[in-house]
Design a protein around this ligand. Sequence first.
Ligand code: 1HN
Length: 355
Amino acid sequence: MALVEDTADRKHNLLAARQAYYDRISKHDMAPLWERLRDLVANEPKTQCAPAIWRFRDVKAMVMESAELISAREAERRVLVLENPALRGQSRITQTLYAGLQLIMPGEIAPAHRHTASAIRFILDGNGAYTSVEGERTYMSPGDFVLTANWMTHDHGNTSNQPMIWLDVLDLPTVNFFESMFAEHLDEHRQTVRRQDGDSAAFFASGVLPDGAEVGALLSGKLSPVVNYTYARTRPILERLCKAGEVDRRHGARVRYVNPANGGWAMPTMGAQLALLPAGFAGERYRATDGTIFVCVEGEGATRIGDKEFAWAPGDVFVAPSWQYYSHTAGPDSVLFSISDRPAQEALGIWQESE
Ligand code: 1HN
């Protein structure tokens, strides 16, 4: 009996001594690793991020309302940030990616600027607004995937008679994590247009190259030369994949957006894909370490993420956190766009997937 008390006593003294020691070393900006190790090195990814969905039919009216309160010019970019419900206040949809819904009204301009963060636009609604990227002005339609890479000057405008809404995804949390953000504004609101709409895709993603093109830079480049991967070009390829029987059990008939010169991801920090889930598709479960943002482009279906089920329809944006199982089912033929930080994780050698 006495022995047990003695042990408990000694344990108590030891804990008190440790705590006193921790307090002392803390004053010198040091901490005991052994108290932290479990949090620092988990046996498998423990995501801070929650699965979530933003349904277009619920949020469109709120996005439209913002036009009555602020102009695109005053806002610089009139965007409602999609904040992961578990990461509120951090302007992010996953730990590494920012996402937002941007509205540009007829006649409006979003002024020219550039920054070290890379951006993509994925068009949800409206037709005929443009973005200009490094001298190429591209008019955009739903399903178009548009790149604004690191340090490329970009401005947007809407010369159509309808509002346009698109999804922006930027690697802002990643760039800010590395504390490597720079940004600058152009004197002119609109940059000079030096190329025809579609030049970059025609010149660099068509199986021919302009004679005299600098192939070396293209091949080694981490960056695709293409500005707009239009839905009109990509969608029929999904149909062909289906007909060719190339339907993945988990992902459907899927393509990735690449740098056409070398087959690598279109950008170094973010990787995007487009998938056709044939009518009645019941996908097998899958998980990977890249938390992934999905957008429904066509059709309707549902995605089970962890123990939650999210029904989706066109324009809906949803997010599957790192290492959580997900599986898709589709009603009619359905198209899902997806984007994640996979290229960054692959470059660092830390990306993993499992069934
Ligand atoms: C940006 O440049 C755009 O160009 C959209 O449309 C959203 C969010 C944070 C920083 C820069 C755009 C942005 C952004």
